[in-house]
Design a protein. Structure first.
Length: 309
């Protein structure tokens, strides 16, 4: 996958070709692949470049699996692929698909895509707002007088960003309230002390698997599953890794509030600290517990009052 073109390799036959990564090229890709008997089409998640091809192929009934580039990179190393070209990468992906058979990625509906975009764009604006506020508080700007054009520019941008974020908050709220399914899940999530509308919207947008997986799977997906680091007699510290950073950030902010205002999480947090756990370790464990509770609530369609009467 690249901005300009798509390189294709069929594992069984060795067929390889290239098409442009635009409407015309993707139409050619669909025509070529539709003439073959395929078990699955595998492409790497690049952030944006794979989206058009993924949607088009899925809509034409082709089974598409979008995989983590880290997995395919490790597979290439394991198969001793030292050279790197687009065609080599395509061949590696084809063999990866044949050997490991990754799960088919379901095509999200239009409303889900729109909600994810709104939540992502809001997060981008918040990041810009934080940068501008830090810039305003920096020593260089503080030395400027109130009539400074540069200082006024920063102030105007902060005001504009705050207004834009408020608009996105309203759009996200309307989108959720306009969907009975999302509204029901939103009500369940916000019934938990510590979980507000922002956290709920981020979970709905970036963690649609909530309620559909078991506690271990949902923890791994959010990057909150502790992984072993043992070798021989050595037992290393467990660490979290991978997962969806935006979900983890949302849960972190919710957990910081919950360990103060949520009786269940506050008791659990204090017990961990009393057992000698480091502060960040205890907070991470609380994040995982909160996610497990939310997952069970969505799965069973039970509000917080029913879970913790």
């Amino acid at each position: 996958m690249s901005k300009g073109h798509l390189d294709v390799h069929v594992h069984e036959t060795g067929l390889k070709f290239r098409v442009s990564n635009d409407h015309e090229g993707i139409e050619k890709l669909i025509a070529q692949l539709s003439s073959l008997v395929l078990e699955r089409v595998v492409m790497e998640a690049t952030g944006d470049y794979e989206n058009a091809a993924f949607v088009a192929l899925s809509l034409h009934g082709l089974p598409v699996a979008v995989v983590n580039p880290r997995s395919t990179k490790h597979f290439a190393k394991a198969t001793n692929r030292l050279a790197k070209t687009d065609q080599v990468d395509a061949a590696c992906l084809a063999e990866f698909a044949a050997v490991l058979k990754p799960r088919i990625t379901p095509l999200p509906d239009e409303d889900a895509v729109e909600l994810e975009f709104l939540a992502t764009r809001r997060r981008q604006l918040v990041d810009q707002l934080v940068s501008e506020k830090n810039r305003r508080a920096g020593p260089a700007v503080l030395r400027l007088g109130p009539d400074s054009k540069a200082k006024q520019s920063v102030e105007r941008h902060i005001i504009w960003l705050e207004e834009e974020i408020a608009k996105f908050d309203e759009q996200i709220k309307q989108r959720i309230e306009g969907s009975p399914a999302w509204k029901q899940k939103d009500d369940l999530l916000q019934s938990v002390p510590g979980v507000g509308p922002t956290t709920s919207a981020k979970l709905l947008a970036h963690l649609p698997e909530l309620g559909k997986l078991d506690r271990k799977q949902i923890s791994a997906l959010a990057g909150l599953a502790p992984y072993n680091a043992d070798s021989g007699p050595r037992s290393g510290p467990r660490r979290i890794r991978g997962g969806r950073a935006c979900v983890r950030t949302a849960l972190y902010m919710a957990t910081v509030t919950a360990v103060t205002h949520n009786q269940t999480l506050r008791t659990f947090h204090r017990r961990l600290l009393a057992a000698g756990k480091a502060g960040q370790v205890a907070l991470t464990a609380c994040m995982r517990k909160l996610l497990t509770i939310l997952n069970a609530m969505i799965r069973d369609n039970r509000p917080w009052a029913a879970v913790n009467p």
